[in-house]
Each structure stands twice: as structure tokens, then as C-alpha cells.
Design a binder for this molecule. Structure first.
Ligand SMILES: Cc1cc2nc3c(=O)[nH]c(=O)nc-3n(C[C@H](O)[C@H](O)[C@H](O)COP(=O)(O)O)c2cc1C
Length: 233
């Protein structure tokens, strides 16, 4: 369906226009009162309101013992890693709301990524991702997202260029769990919608997809351009 810019932007129209797209959404925090879990819940709601299907997961479900190659070689892959891979594979794309720990990502997330990175097919490869963060700090956890981009980009995830980081997040939510600041709320929603448009195009409109130059190796590119950028994938 051809859509003009700005057309069909109401929530009802949006869901009527959207071709089916599924998103795994989770916060990379184990704690019950997680600010990132609040943000993940809101992202899942926004996705559903815009006509997508959101699979809201808990980091606890994907939690794994520290990666150990001996365990992997013995074939005992932890259930958390198996489930993480399954839920990723069921989705067209993923949204991670990650706390910033010491300017980087939490170990629980990196560990889960390491486990699934040894699986074949490796589920991050060619899967679209959107990164978000919430933190009590003024930087909103944004520095941790830059660190998170590194392993995910290496694994072939197509990370959305824009990221959303909610600063002073302890005071940033309303009692109902929404983002209190209207400008930030709008930016949050438009970021999600832009990401959804991209995922929808990649899945359903391969003609548009072939025009993109940022994903070398896509089927349909001339053979000379089809080399992988990252060795080992
Ligand atoms: C080990 C550790 C390191 C942290 N490092 C940072 C940091 O570098 N930057 C930051 O903004 N907050 C940092 N924090 C504070 C977290 O942003 C804060 O605890 C946040 O609420 C965690 O996310 P959650 O609410 O989703 O669990 C750190 C917290 C912990 C426990």
C-alpha cells in the first residue's frame, strides 16, 4: 500500500496499513523495579499500537551461566540461550532496552549474546535491531548502547542508526508508566515508528530493499559487491 508522508499516522490507521511484522522486546535487567523494563513495556505497547506484534520478554528467561566453551562443546547449552535464540528467530526484529553498567552493557546481556553467537544459524545475523536505554544519569545510559552496538554489529545485526536514551529515568515516567515529557514521548514514538517502517520494508518490499547500499551481501546485489564486510560470518 502506497502511503504519502504524514498520511495514516493515527494509531487506528497505522495498524490497518502495516503489513505483519514481529518484534522481540526485552530489558537487559534482572531487577523487578527496572527502569529499562518500564521502557521495554512502553516500546511493546507502542509497537502494538502501530500495528506490529510485540513479544515482550524478561531478561530472566534468557539468563545463562557464564559462557564456558567446555560446556558448549559437551552439548549442554543453557535453556536461557536456547530460548533467547528461539524468540529471536520467531521475530523479524528486536528491541533491547539496556541499562548502562560502567559505560558499557550489563554482563548478563553480553553473556547471553555470547552463548547465542555460537549457534548456527546465528540469530542476530541479518536481523534488525533498535537499542534503547534508561538511566538515572543525565546521559540516560547512552554510552552503554554504543558499547552494545559493537558485538551486535559484529554478529551482523542491522542496527537502527537512531537510539533512544531516557535520562533521569527515576523521575521520567508517569504513575501510569508513560514518558512524562511530551517532547521525549513524541521522539520515543517516532523512533519506534521509523524502525517499524524499515523492518516492514525489509520483510515485505524487497524492491525497496535492493536500493539500500548499507547491507552488502544481500541477495540481488551484483556478485562483485556481495562480499561480507565482517570476517567469520
Ligand atoms: C554495576 C553498575 C554499574 C553502573 N554503571 C552506570 C553507568 O556507567 N552509567 C549510568 O548511567 N548508570 C550506571 N549504573 C546505574 C544504573 O543506570 C541504574 O542502576 C539503573 O537503574 C539500572 O537499570 P534498571 O533500572 O533497568 O535495572 C550502574 C549500576 C550498576 C549496578
Amino acid at each position: 500500500m502506497v502511503r504519502q508522508p504524514g498520511e495514516g499516522r493515527g494509531k487506528v490507521e497505522e495498524s490497518a496499513l502495516r503489513a505483519p511484522v514481529g518484534f522481540l522486546v526485552f530489558a537487559a535487567s534482572l531487577r523487578a523495579a527496572s527502569l529499562n523494563a518500564k521502557l521495554a513495556r512502553l516500546a511493546a505497547q507502542e509497537i502494538e499500537a502501530c500495528g506490529g506484534q510485540a513479544d515482550l520478554a524478561a531478561m530472566r528467561d534468557f539468563d545463562c551461566p557464564s559462557y564456558d566453551q567446555d560446556v558448549q562443546d559437551s552439548g549442554k547449552v543453557p535453556p536461557g540461550a536456547v530460548l533467547f535464540r528461539e524468540r529471536l528467530e520467531r521475530a523479524d526484529a528486536f528491541v533491547i532496552c539496556s541499562p548502562e553498567y560502567n559505560f558499557s552493557m550489563p554482563g548478563v546481556l553480553k553473556n547471553a549474546i555470547d552463548w547465542v553467537s555460537r549457534m548456527h544459524p546465528q540469530p542476530f545475523n541479518e536481523r534488525h535491531g533498535l537499542l534503547m536505554s534508561a538511566s538515572p544519569s543525565l546521559a540516560g545510559g547512552n554510552r552503554g548502547l554504543w558499547a552494545l552496538r559493537v558485538p551486535l554489529e559484529h554478529l551482523g545485526a542491522r542496527l537502527y542508526p537512531e537510539m533512544f536514551s531516557l535520562a533521569q529515568a527515576g523521575e521520567a515516567f508517569t504513575a501510569g508508566g508513560d514518558i512524562a515529557n511530551p517532547e521525549l514521548r513524541t521522539r520515543f514514538a517516532s523512533g519506534i515508528r521509523g524502525f517499524m517502517d524499515l523492518v516492514e520494508a525489509a520483510k515485505h518490499y524487497p524492491c525497496a530493499k535492493r536500493q539500500w547500499i548499507e547491507f552488502p551481501g544481500e541477495p540481488g546485489l551484483p556478485a562483485g559487491q556481495a562480499a561480507r564486510m565482517t570476517p567469520g560470518r
